[in-house]
Design a protein around this ligand. Structure first.
Ligand SMILES: [Zn+2]
Length: 293
């Protein structure tokens, strides 16, 4: 699986190359229109080399002469730039995205860094690789507390999930959470946007249905044990009793709990029913889980 930080880092070399090309193009254009400027810039570079030799030679008089010559050239250069309204920074590398300075992250109003809008393609690629490819229309922007009734309750659940995901306040001490809610109350929507929000904040995250967990590739399961935030949807007691699901789930939860990494299980069943019906190893962990409802 891919992380958003990894994807942004992988694109850095490309961005750097693009910045260089843009700079070279700008210089080529300006030099073509103002050949004197090209000549001056070339002479300045030569003078600096000659001056260095004079300094090594302890020839202070010669070094001084080069200083004066360079000053005159720079004055002439500034005048050409000013008179012709040339961008004074035409020969400097500029950020392609002014918002994030090509770092890929901007600070939100609350000061926390989040993925810049220029990295939309990387975000989409990351969602795809983190189990969220089927939920392109599920976004925090489209989400509404009142969509399925009980807006206050949903708003509260959303806040509880955010707190758990961010590990703020007393939630930090509990890595495992169970969100129980009746069928058709928009649990999956909330689960998906929590995973997407985590990714847009630069975290590594993964979303999966419980029944698919044991079918993930072994590399992905290893990643899932160590990512910042994991959401397991459609969690039910009987699913943990089929095939390898119980043992995979147990191993994943064991390592995540030991590292204090947040996992949210989303289920249509109340926590008490899950504890009594699940695979024994998983039940033991659920007994220590926090409750979101
Ligand atoms: Zn940007």
């Amino acid at each position: 699986m891919k992380t958003i930080k990894g994807l942004i880092a992988a694109g850095l070399a490309e961005t750097e190359a693009a910045r260089r090309i843009i700079r070279e193009d700008a210089m080529k254009r300006v030099y073509k229109d103002y050949p004197e400027l090209k000549d001056i810039d070339g002479r300045i570079i030569d003078i600096r080399k000659d001056r260095l030799i004079a300094v090594i030679d302890h020839d202070e008089r010669l070094a001084k002469r080069y200083d004066v010559e360079e000053e005159n050239l720079i004055a002439r250069r500034d005048m050409i730039i000013k008179e012709n309204h040339i961008d004074p920074e035409f020969d400097m590398e500029k950020s392609i995205c002014a918002k994030c300075g090509d770092t890929g992250f901007v600070r939100g109003k609350d000061g926390t860094p989040r993925v810049c809008s220029c990295k939309r393609a990387e975000l989409e690629e990351c969602y795809e690789s983190c189990g969220l490819g089927d939920y392109t229309s599920f976004t925090m922007k489209n989400y509404r507390d009142d969509y399925l009734g009980e807006p206050e309750k949903r708003s509260e659940i959303k806040k509880q999930m955010l707190r758990a995901m961010l590990g703020v306040g007393d939630t930090a001490s509990k890595p495992l959470w169970v969100y129980s809610g009746a069928p058709q109350t928009g649990k999956t929507y909330l689960a998906v946007i929590m995973a997407k929000t985590a990714i847009s904040l630069g975290k590594s995250a993964f979303y999966t249905k419980c029944e698919n967990l044991a079918m993930l590739e072994s590399d992905t399961i290893e990643d899932v044990k160590r990512i910042d935030f994991l959401v397991i949807d459609d969690f039910a007691d009987d699913v943990t009793l089929h095939g390898d699901t119980g043992s995979v789930l147990n191993a994943v939860l064991e390592i995540r709990a030991a590292s204090g990494l947040c996992t949210i299980l989303v289920s249509a069943l109340p926590l008490a029913d899950l504890i009594s019906g699940c695979d024994m190893r998983v039940s033991g962990k659920l007994g220590r889980a926090g409750k979101i409802s």
